[in-house]
Design a protein. Structure first.
Length: 472
């Protein structure tokens, strides 16, 4: 895999470094523009969504915004104007209102998102676990269909050596000029010398050189995870929550730079854009902050937006629960491509088409699972301590194996949207049902022969520690 990447880099990517200054000028020149008006895309309908599967000119842009919590976006009800660009895409596309991430830790969550399998099926629940080579990955399907497949990532948990580069012709960390002195003054605890602007610069340069061919571009952005903001976006305050929202606002502007380029070059008229996240972020709702610690709503309720080569007027909202394992079954069906096989996720194309037509959603809601092994960062051989949540029928059940024994909680999302009040004593029948679902889930076996455990060297461990993760 390393040899393949080096060969591709030698053929396609030396121009990234040479183009940084040129692209930097381009970024600055469009800093104040907004893709929202004017929008050159035509108005579309449900029939146009269905027709995407017959088109052979549609590209795919998949933007994963690490650590993005759904209810901090305007489209999900945030009072602050944190996300005008993402809100605009959602308002003219499809917004999945109740999307559940499969973990609150990136590596575990992304393994599920890419494969459509829950964590017990992927076998990726601890830091030494690798995604099996036998796993069927979307990039492999897209490459076989003739797409150029390029991944630009900034989180070490999705490095190629974890197994996430399968199917990508090019899979690299983008080069960077590093944060400006002004940005470093605003962010004195900044631990990563890179920023998402590097990923956008590399993406624009790739499209400038090779965008005339059919492409699939994956961007894994990290500035929200890093709480990175600048002078222009320092508008909300100085608390952790304020700074987090400022980082969302800045990231929204950075993404807009790429959308402007796509618009100027005519790519918006033939590109499906997917916006997703691996997990959210806690701010003390359940006596915890950050992520990769628990599986409550604040760490697992994430955005999912689909934007098409046309605008929907009005935009479509899928209100019932959906899950990150559903993302790729849906996208592949939209493009008329083969699916991932027998996976846990399901295509939500019928759901979004029903919503676009004003029809009732398809019957048959499915429980959704989120899973975190609380010992994921401890040395190999440490006993597993799973915590699992099940979301179904307006409830969230949370089971955690703790040193002192098992803890169970139940939240009624219908009456308690933030899921802060434990009502486990009020619904014994629901508790019994959810307990059985968790036991069945945890008894599941990996879907593939597992890859050998990863041996991470000290340099790689330090890269992960720089992101704030507690690893051995």
């Amino acid at each position: 895999m390393e040899e393949r990447s080096e060969n591709l880099l030698s053929k396609r990517w030396p121009w990234i470094a040479a183009a940084v200054a040129l692209v930097g000028v381009y970024l600055a020149s469009f800093a104040d523009l907004r893709i929202g008006r004017p929008d050159s895309r035509p108005v579309g309908t449900a029939a146009d969504i269905e027709a995407l599967a017959e088109r052979d000119d549609v590209n795919l842009l998949f933007i994963l915004i690490d650590t993005l919590r759904a209810n901090h976006l305007g489209a999900w009800g945030a009072e602050r104007d944190t996300s005008p660009i993402l809100d605009y895409l959602a308002g003219g596309g499809v917004r999945f209102a109740r999307q559940l991430a499969q973990s609150s830790w990136t590596k575990c969550s992304m393994a599920s998102l890419w494969t459509g399998m829950y964590p017990t099926k992927t076998g990726v629940t601890r830091f030494e676990d690798l995604l099996a080579p036998a796993a069927r990955m979307p990039a492999e399907i897209l490459q076989e269909a003739g797409f150029q497949t390029v991944g630009l990532f900034r989180n070490g948990w999705v490095e190629g050596y974890h197994g996430f580069d399968q199917g990508f012709e090019t899979y690299v960390r983008p080069l960077s000029r590093g944060p400006s002195p002004e940005m470093r003054r605003e962010n004195p605890t900044l631990s990563n010398s890179n920023t998402d602007e590097a990923a956008i610069e590399a993406a624009i340069e790739f499209l400038r050189v090779a965008g005339h061919e059919r492409w699939f571009l994956y961007l894994h952005l990290m500035d929200v995870h890093e709480y990175l903001y600048d002078d222009e976006t320092a508008v909300f305050g100085t608390s952790y929550r304020d700074v987090y929202d400022q980082a969302i606002l800045r990231n929204d502007k950075v993404i807009n730079t790429l959308l402007i380029y796509l618009s100027e070059r005519g790519h918006l008229e033939n590109t499906v854009i997917v916006i997703a996240s691996d997990h959210g972020e806690a701010f003390g709702e359940h006596q915890g902050e950050g992520h990769a610690r628990k599986v409550y709503r604040e760490e697992t309720h994430v955005p999912w937006i689909l934007s098409f080569p046309f605008r929907l007027e009005p935009g479509v909202v899928v209100e019932h629960p959906t899950h990150n394992v559903d993302v790729w079954p849906t996208v592949l069906e939209l493009l008329g491509l083969p699916g991932l096989g027998d996976v846990d996720g399901v295509s939500r194309v019928p759901d979004l088409l029903a919503a676009a037509r004003g029809e009732a959603p398809p019957a048959g809601a499915r429980p959704g699972f989120a899973h975190l092994d609380q010992t994921w960062g401890r040395p190999p051989g440490t006993d597993s301590m799973p915590t699992v949540s099940v979301v179904a029928d307006g409830f969230r059940y949370v089971m955690a194996d703790l040193p002192g024994g098992r803890r169970e909680e139940l939240f009624d999302s219908r009456r308690d949207e933030r899921e802060l009040v434990d009502v486990i004593d009020e619904h014994p029948e629901q508790v019994e049902r959810f307990r059985g679902l968790v036991e069945t889930y945890l008894a599941g076996e990996p879907a593939w022969d597992q890859a050998p455990d990863l041996e991470i060297d000290e340099v790689q461990l330090n890269q992960l520690r720089a992101l704030g993760y507690q690893v051995p």
